[in-house]
Write a protein that binds this ligand. Structure first.
Ligand SMILES: [Zn+2]
Length: 160
């Protein structure tokens, strides 16, 4: 790869990594594990492969538009964006930084694929005495939970 292409790639990765999740702006799409690949194609066009967190999530199209805008703002032209549905996005791809940011924002991290039945800890007080009150939280991608210990409701990422 030429130095020029390498420079474009580094700038593209930087631009894509900084794109926040439209629903949870404290977390970047990179920290959510949605960015699968960033490439510079032979014709010089930046290519970005994204894994949508949830198929049919209304935020998915918005994420594509934000990635395109970020690449264009970095002076790298209009990218080709692909949404990969296989392998399906998994909560295991959320980085430790992403999990910590979710918790700080008051959103319980989603279940990990390795341990889907692990107790859900309240993001406010840490109690695991929690219950789901609705499959539908503040957005279609979240469920509404309540902590029996401190009484506070909170959002939790759904797992499909
Ligand atoms: Zn609590």
């Amino acid at each position: 790869m030429s130095t020029l292409a390498l420079d474009r790639l580094e700038r593209a990765i930087e631009a894509v990594s900084a794109v926040p999740d439209p629903e949870i702006p404290v977390v970047s799409i990179a920290d959510l594990g949605m960015v699968r690949a960033v490439r510079v194609a032979a014709d010089g066009v930046v290519e970005v492969d994204l894994s949508p967190t949830y198929t049919g999530c209304p935020a998915t199209r918005l994420i594509g538009e934000e990635v395109r805008a970020a690449i264009e703002a970095a002076g790298l032209g209009t990218p080709r964006i692909r949404f990969l549905t296989s392998p399906a996005w998994t909560t295991d791809w959320i980085t430790p930084e992403g999990l910590a940011a979710l918790e700080r924002y008051g959103i319980a991290p989603p279940p990990r694929r390795a341990d889907p039945d692990a107790p859900v800890a309240c993001p406010r007080c840490g109690s695991t005495d929690t219950e789901e009150i609705s499959r539908f939280g503040s957005t279609p991608c979240k469920a509404l939970w309540r902590c029996r210990s401190c009484g506070e409701p909170f959002d939790r990422f759904k797992c499909l």
